[in-house]
Design a protein around this ligand. Sequence first.
Ligand code: AMP
Ligand code: GLY
Length: 422
Amino acid sequence: MRVMAVGGGGREHAIVKKLLESSRISHLYALPGNGGMAGEAECINIAPTDIDAMVSFAKARNVDFAVVAPDNPLVSGAVDRLQEAGVRCFGPSAGAAAIEGSKIYAKGLMQKYGIPTARHKAFDDADKALDYLSIHDYPAVIKADGLALGKGVFIAEDMGQAQKAVAALMQEKIFGASGQRIIIEEYLHGVEVSVLAFTDGNTIIPMVSAMDHKRAGEGDTGPNTGGMGAIAPNPYYTDEIAAVCTERIFKPTIDALRSESRRFKGCIYFGLMLTAQGPKVIEYNCRFGDPETQAVLPLLETDLFEIMLVVEEERLDEVQVKFSGDSVCCVVMASEGYPDKYSTGCPINLNNAAGMDGITIFHAGTKLENGRLFTSGGRVLGVTARAASAAEAVEKAYAAVDRIEFENAYYRRDIGRSLRRD
Ligand code: AMP
Ligand code: GLY
């Protein structure tokens, strides 16, 4: 089959690498792809947000199947449009993607169906939000309703910080229309877990759990980023906790979406907090997580494309999905300054790390020019190691990181090493 994968980050590189293992794929396009995918798939310079161009391209090249990975096109209806054009897809419709596109919608769904999450209130008026914050407990969590590149969440320690967050979202409109409405919610204490799951809207099959490291600085300090590294499995996610999550969160969520005529087909992401009162949902994403996917997919032993096909055909109950019992650590190498200002265009030298046993280097912000690799984004590489234990995977990943060179490289040295409980 002729397949196109939409997206150009580390997550998409991990997906593309897995898809290439499938004998069912005769040709693979990446839209737009990146420097790492360039040698593996045919990269086509179409932005993931340009749905018109994506649909025209799929029709012109007789694409049979599309894998839409990033949040923006999913929330904007790329899957609906591609399906109308006769292209089969892995990924939710815009209706189902609303669980990520609107945090207010997601919260309402959880409330209606009794799915555990932080208590919250929604606001479209800054003064009312500030009145409420004047009587709220601290820390308080303030979130933009819409998509904000993973940066729309503010943890305010006091009223002063809360005022700044409300002003940034609702008056300065730093995320545009995404911050027109906000939610204010209770701060949850505990350990975070990311669980990605395949679902056809009826059956749900969770993947190996993962732990992201969202803050820019070591010891979980500094601003939130798209993710500075991940390990899988998450050491805090026991079989008992997994069983509770399946019964109280995973199944009820997909059943709720089906009841609301928003059947979810694709990969659903559960951002969970393991609290003293049990697991609670921090957020849903309508897609594979980044960088969790780079840590989880290398452990998948079943053909990813076969799974995507049965999801699309609503026959997920007919397959066995298997994962290896190994561990993976993915360390993100970023450009100094990320998530704020950073420079690009620096040459990258991977020669000393390529070919190391158990190492895969996923590319995120890279581009290939005349056969040479350069940085082109904030998150540049996901250096990923697989081993029998988490500790070994961590050491192996850093041994590879130490051999990779580019100017202004920044990475955390504590991925998988700073496991905490609070
Ligand atoms: P989100 O984009 O909703 O995943 O939020 C980004 C990060 O903010 C999460 O991964 C958590 O670390 C933190 N966060 C979000 N909501 C809460 C909450 N209610 N309590 C504590 N931390 C939160
Ligand atoms: N790692 C979090 C996300 O993909 O949103």
